[in-house]
Design a protein. Structure first.
Length: 283
């Protein structure tokens, strides 16, 4: 049985007090409690402070391009179905540069998990507004305040019939751990948006700001009711609901691709002879 210690990698280099520390330790606990061994996990990330997380884990990792986390994670799942694949991204990396990939991954529904570190700011590049930054927020790049409305990733995901949509808070690691376990074990594309305060560049959405507003969805709440889920996802302000907003059962991408339905790529026979005649044309 693995322990959280088995998942510990390099020493993190985040700012003291960053919400990423809680997310890191919670992922390690969630995976160990699920009995998943480090060699059974692939963490995929792009660029950003949140995207550094795989460096601090001991498991398979792939650090790629900014905003391109989900295509890599999808490809890896198609190649090796047995891996538990978790995509790690920030709100800028996923909803900004990677927004198109986010939408189309929902459509494809691969059996992968996405954890978004949503601190409502670009942390790695020193504090400009991200797609989820509140309108009017002043930053070094937006001294007169953000002029556009913030993106609502949960509403967008539910509107596109995403297989699993949830939101957690880095300041409530026990609840976050259960959401992570539910997202990892769900069959289909799972989105877990994690509210993660940035103590350096976001002085508005602090740990206290969230604790004064966050509440957990009621026990009787039905996550299979898509209309109600969409309505609750619009709730933001004095009260901010957390929990599993929506989930459904859809065919996953791997089950619909003829070439890998019986056997994933990693287990298929490979021979250079079959394509050698094509390669020779380039000599």
């Amino acid at each position: 049985m693995p322990t959280s210690e088995d998942y510990k990698g390099q020493v993190p280099a985040w700012c003291p007090g960053c919400g990423n520390f809680q997310i890191l330790s919670t992922i390690q606990r969630a995976l160990s409690e699920l009995g998943i061994e480090p060699w059974e996990v692939l963490l995929v990330s792009g660029i950003g402070q949140g995207a550094k997380l795989p460096h601090y884990m001991k498991c398979h990792t792939f650090n790629g391009l900014h905003g391109r986390t989900l295509p890599v994670a999808t490809a890896a799942k198609l190649a090796n179905h047995s891996l538990h694949i978790i995509a790690i991204a920030g709100d800028g990396d996923c909803y900004g540069e990677g927004g198109n990939h986010f939408l189309h991954t929902i459509r494809r529904n691969p059996n992968i998990t996405l954890f978004v570190h949503n601190n409502q700011i670009y942390g790695l590049t020193k504090g400009q507004a991200s797609p989820t930054t509140a309108k009017g927020t002043q930053t070094k790049i937006q001294p007169y305040g953000v002029l556009t409305e913030p993106m609502n990733p949960l509403s967008m995901a539910i509107s596109q019939d995403c297989s699993f949509v949830a939101r957690g808070f880095a300041g409530d690691p026990e609840h976050l751990k259960e959401l992570m376990k539910a997202a990892i074990t769900h069959k289909g594309f799972s989105l877990l948006d994690i509210l993660q305060p940035c103590v350096t560049f976001n002085k508005v959405n602090t740990f206290k700001w969230y604790r004064d507003r966050i509440y957990t969805l009621e026990d009787e709440y039905d996550p299979y009711n898509r209309i109600k889920a969409f309505e609750r996802s619009l709730e933001w302000g004095d009260k901010i609901p957390n929990g599993i907003f929506y989930k459904n059962e859809r065919e996953i991408l791997e089950e619909g691709v003829p070439a890998i339905m019986e056997k994933p790529l990693v287990k298929q026979k490979f021979s250079i002879e079959e394509v050698k005649h094509e390669i020779e044309k380039f000599y």
